[in-house]
Design a protein around this ligand. Structure first.
Ligand code: LMR
Length: 395
């Protein structure tokens, strides 16, 4: 039977990891997959995480199953992180947390929940969006549709986005990036979030907020403005949160599906269905990442260390954004790439074309996604002059 199976190309983002490893160019630069890098180009384990792991190793008493919703301590810690301390949504008991295998796992739970419990609803994503969104929802049997997000000049096309949202059929699902939009780095202002909320209300849409980069844009609370606004002003919201980036625990697969319902009764109904979806996918989530996060967030001391480290990472990225534009000045390209300093989060939609990206890879050993998305955390004071020279060469 297997003789009929065709080989397909691997994932475009994850494939860059292997391609980069194989490249022997000593000056090669990895701007591909979205992992944070420090000034030395490493992705170290955060100090708060190491300290939490030491405690876990010492105190762990069992490795029994943790249940389909995961570790309750994790859920109790993530809910206020995402929705805010003292959130009226939490006070009303309207929000449920389900620990998931990464943000991707949370998205798949959301997709299966929509497919099974809200049949007939299509899912609208920004154009462009994280390429894996394009796979996850159809894999659950859902139809994916797109609303515009970036214009031909590589700027946020908010008017186009809003006009398209106004045309979405009532009751459909609209996927919004909470912050650090992947792949563009263009985020909505507070005023724009307010306008989105109004349209979502008018059209009775169900927002699904992908929140994978909390703390990488402007700050933990600042980045949560959009999801909190929606959760506090709407009866129903789905949020998928990830601890991969802000805790640097990529390989531990630690995320959370947050379901916000009209009241506690409806939340419990929804929650019971999510447990079934999780059970049928993987039964229980992996425990270790959630235990690390719970250990940190339930300790004032570890939380303080974590905040400090996260602030360092965010500040480093934002400084590199400005330095990148500065490095292009001698080539007269600073205006052309000025957007990089304005965008937020790990990624920049640079405006480089797929052909330019290919040349950067083939001629200079610089790796990024063909859409022109660069992982800004891959910039460094050492490689910026080389990057600027290479970009000038392909312009
Ligand atoms: C990315 O977009 O590079 C990250 O979210 C990693 C991934 O899984 O694609």
């Amino acid at each position: 039977m297997f003789e009929q199976i065709e080989r397909v190309p691997g994932d475009a983002i994850l494939g860059l990891i292997e391609a980069f490893k194989k490249d022997t160019n000593p000056q090669k630069v990895d701007l591909g997959v979205g992992v944070y890098r420090d000034a030395q180009g490493n992705t170290p384990v955060m100090r708060a995480v190491k300290a939490a792991e030491d405690l876990l190793l010492k105190n762990e008493t069992t490795k029994t199953y943790i249940g389909s919703h995961g570790d309750p301590r994790y859920g109790q810690a993530v809910l206020p992180l995402v929705l805010g301390e003292g959130s009226p949504v939490l006070e009303a008991g309207r929000a449920s947390a389900t620990q998931s295998p990464g943000g991707t796992g949370a998205l798949r739970l959301a997709a299966d929940f929509i497919a099974t419990q809200l049949p007939g609803k299509d899912v609208w994503v920004s154009d462009p969006t994280w390429p894996n969104h394009l796979g996850i929802f159809p894999a659950a049997g859902l139809t994916l549709k797109k609303y515009p997000y970036v214009d031909a000049e590589n700027r946020l096309d908010f008017d186009g986005m809003l006009a398209a949202l106004k045309e979405i059929p009532e009751g459909d699902v609209v996927l919004l990036h909470a912050c650090c939009h992947n792949p563009t780095g263009f985020d909505l202002s507070r005023e724009q979030w307010g306008q989105v909320l109004e349209v979502v209300k008018q059209r009775n849409l169900l927002p699904l907020v992908d929140f994978a980069y909390q703390g990488f844009g402007e700050g933990l609370d600042e980045d949560a403005y959009g999801p909190r606004l929606l959760a506090e002003n709407l009866d129903e919201v789905i949020i998928t949160s990830s601890c991969s980036k802000n805790f640097g625990i990529y390989c531990e697969r630690t995320g959370c599906l947050i379901m916000v319902a009209k009241d506690n009764e409806q939340m419990e109904n929804v929650r019971s269905q999510v447990a079934i979806v999780a059970r049928e996918n993987y039964s229980n989530p992996p425990a270790h990442g959630g235990a690390i996060v719970a250990e940190i967030l339930h300790s004032a001391e570890l939380s303080a260390i974590w905040h400090e480290e996260l602030t360092e990472m965010r500040d480093r990225i934002n400084t590199l954004r400005r330095d990148f534009v500065e490095a292009l000045k001698p080539y007269g390209l600073d205006q052309k790439y000025a957007c990089v300093a304005e965008q937020r989060g790990m990624f920049s939609y640079t405006g480089l074309t797929p052909e330019q990206v290919d040349r950067l890879r083939n001629e200079f050993g610089i790796y990024m996604v063909r859409s022109g998305r660069a992982n800004v955390a891959g910039f460094s004071q050492e490689n910026l002059p080389y990057l600027a020279k290479a970009i000038a060469a392909v312009n």
